[in-house]
Design a protein around this ligand. Structure first.
Ligand code: NAP
Length: 450
């Protein structure tokens, strides 16, 4: 049994095992969870209530999740002190138990020195020193700025695929006429591209060194007053991501996988992503796939039975395509930056980010998460919409093979939204809707599971 610094190994439940490239889920799996900062306080209990009720209902008490709280962000700071917002215990626990779920975490963005983990206020501190309390909310949990915890979690556990399903729930207000036509799952590469964090600030000796090297040794002509970022995209990073996306399409009988890239301009990064994607498809899934080129050359555009269509689209064009011909897209595999944009664009198309779930998945470990932030102004008000985290839990149950429980939750959400009993964010856009609290909404989902 592994030893933790400040966590106690759960006394109930059984560890999920990993054998022959797959998780083996017992009837009483231990699932670590990070409550999250801000509204994590409200949405995490709502998610647990819904999941526990669905599992109980689906399996008549034969299966049960044993939740195991682990810490990041504010709760980590409170327990571990020393500005430790991402303790080693947390990484150890998630890696040990293989499947986990998390609420949102504060990520400081500006050039400030300190951040309050209670209200996310970023501040410089008096004379550059750490403030004793937050200048906005008075909280004592002000800590030096840190890099994104979400990025930290992904990098430490090499969770290389960010997976975001986007579909419409009947009744949710949205800007398009036929939101039901969009039903996609986006596999976004999570570790490379301009997100690799290789950047040199304008005016620094490092930036000058890089610019001089590129201008002198590589024959480029970069302005001396530039900041510089590096965009690495590798065969390894691309192929493992595309492999996961194609496997998902095959396992779930989905019609197509589209590579979303900007290869017409960035030939050796985005263009290479596309080429390596086709390589994986042809080398590893030859019997199960057909490329768009082959479809027209050999089948006159008529899709043969039982094959997954592999195609690619330029990044700017796909924004038009998901709006104008949404039903032509199913699985989308994409480098990091394009994935960031297309995920949010698709989510907005079907009624906003409040309902969009997500997961970060590696070869062995999967971490499911709400896709919105900590919305600190609503902390503890029992007000916000917990659907994103609940739908992330649905993805988690599906990943565990507990499809029956997942289906019950989806049915509960569909009915609850269909009945127009919703949280403030949806209520303000729906005619004749009744506004209910976060916890009441969770309770309604349970009642509406059928
Ligand atoms: P945010 O927390 O997502 O909130 C922006 C607005 O979105 C809220 O004010 C609210 O809109 C709406 N919203 C978000 N979640 C909602 C929910 N569950 N139900 C209903 N409405 C919801 O974005 P932010 O204010 O830019 O970021 C706050 C902090 O969260 C930052 O530190 C940021 O870095 C962090 N963040 C974390 C994650 C993550 O952990 N994955 C993701 C994004 C941001 P109204 O005001 O209109 O009601």
């Amino acid at each position: 049994m592994i030893q933790f610094d400040k966590l106690t190994y759960p006394t109930k439940g059984t560890r999920i095992e990993f054998k022959d490239g797959k998780i083996q889920v017992p009837d009483d799996p231990i699932i670590p969870f990070i409550r999250g900062d801000g509204i994590g306080l409200d949405i995490t209990p709502a998610m647990e209530l819904v999941v526990d009720s669905a599992v109980e209902k689906a399996y008549g008490g034969k299966k049960k999740i044993e939740w195991f709280e682990v810490h990041a962000g504010l709760s980590a700071l409170q327990l571990y002190g020393n500005d430790n917002v991402l303790p080693e215990d947390t990484i150890k626990a998630i890696e040990h138990f293989y499947v986990a779920i998390k609420g949102p975490l504060t990520t400081p963005v500006g050039g400030f020195k300190f951040v309050c983990l209670d209200c996310a206020k970023e501040q410089d501190g008096p004379g550059g020193k750490r403030p004793e309390k937050c200048e906005k909310c008075g909280s004592k949990w002000v800590t030096p700025r840190f890099r994104s915890l979400n990025v930290g979690l992904r990098q430490k556990m090499d969770l290389y695929a960010c997976v975001r399903p986007v579909r419409w729930f009947k009744g949710v207000p949205c800007p398009v006429k036929h939101p039901e036509k969009l039903d996609v799952i986006i596999f976004r590469e999570n570790t490379e591209d301009v997100y690799a964090g290789i950047e040199f600030e304008q005016g620094t000796p490092e930036a000058s060194k890089v610019i001089n090297f590129l201008n002198t040794d590589m024959g480029k002509n970069i302005r001396k007053d530039s900041g510089v970022g590096i965009k690495p995209i590798s065969i390894t990073g691309t192929k493992r991501l595309v492999r996961k996306a194609i496997k998902h399409a095959i396992d779930h009988n989905l019609p197509s996988v589209t590579f979303d890239h900007k290869g017409n301009i960035q030939k050796f990064t985005e263009g290479a992503f596309r080429d390596w994607g086709y390589e994986v498809a042809k080398e590893e899934f030859r019997d199960q796939i057909i490329t768009e080129q082959e479809l027209w050359d050999e089948f006159d555009g008529k899709m043969p039975e039982g094959k997954v269509l592999i195609k690619d689209r330029i990044a700017d064009q796909i924004f038009q395509q998901v709006l104008l011909r949404p039903d032509e897209y199913s699985v989308i595999a994409t480098p990091n930056l394009n994935g960031d944009y297309i995920s949010d664009a698709c989510a907005a198309q079907v009624g906003g980010l409040g309902l969009a779930p997500g997961a970060n998945i590696g070869d062995e470990v999967a971490l499911f998460e709400a896709t919105h932030g900590t919305a600190p102004k609503y902390t503890g008000m029992d007000k916000v919409n917990p659907s994103s985290l609940i739908l992330s839990a649905v993805m988690m149950l599906e990943y565990m093979g507990w499809q029956e429980a997942a289906d019950l939750i989806v049915r509960g959400i569909e009915t609850t939204i269909g009945n127009k009993t919703v949280t403030y964010d949806l209520e303000r856009q729906m005619e004749g809707a009744t506004k209910i609290k976060c916890s009441e909404y969770a309770q309604k989902i349970v009642e509406n599971m059928g």
